[in-house]
Ligand binder design. Structure first.
Ligand code: 2BA
Length: 108
């Protein structure tokens, strides 16, 4: 059994969940927030058999786009001085950040 944790952008989550459910996978959606941009994103939790992992990664790849975001200032903890950066900073986000872990699943 494997546990997949996939951090995806909110814009991609609905279609991705639809595709995963249509393929018969159990999926849990958790509303989360990125530590750097402090924007809402979505973390999907899936418990799947080892032989299903590659197909799921492919489905995630297909539905998650890379996007460019511009941040006008760095998050407070990363600011070195007293003023914000004057020019927007370009940040690439996504497609998806995926963790695959060995796991045991028990339904009690
Ligand atoms: P955020 O933490 O809000 O990060 C959004 C994007 O900002 C990241 O995209 C990356 O391009 C950039 N970024 C993050 N930390 C940075 C830093 N210290 N300096 C410069 N740029 C930085 P992604 O890498 O695609 O990550 C998208 C989201 O996935 C992240 O949102 C976070 O929620 C999650 N994530 C990424 N790597 C992770 C990790 N190693 N562990 C846990 N969650 C992670």
């Amino acid at each position: 059994m494997n546990l997949i944790l996939a951090v995806v952008q909110r814009q991609d989550a609905g279609a991705l969940i639809n595709a995963l459910v249509a393929h018969g996978y159990g999926v849990t959606r958790i509303c989360s927030q990125g530590g750097f941009l402090r924007e809402g994103n979505v973390t999907l939790v899936l418990g799947v058999a080892a032989h299903q992992v590659d197909a799921i990664l492919e489905t995630i790849r297909k539905h998650c786009a890379t996007r460019t975001r511009y941040v006008s200032s760095l998050p407070p903890l990363l600011e070195t001085g007293e003023f914000s950066s004057p020019t927007p900073i370009e940040v690439q986000v996504g497609g998806a950040t995926v963790f695959v872990l060995r796991a045991q699943m028990q339904q009690l």
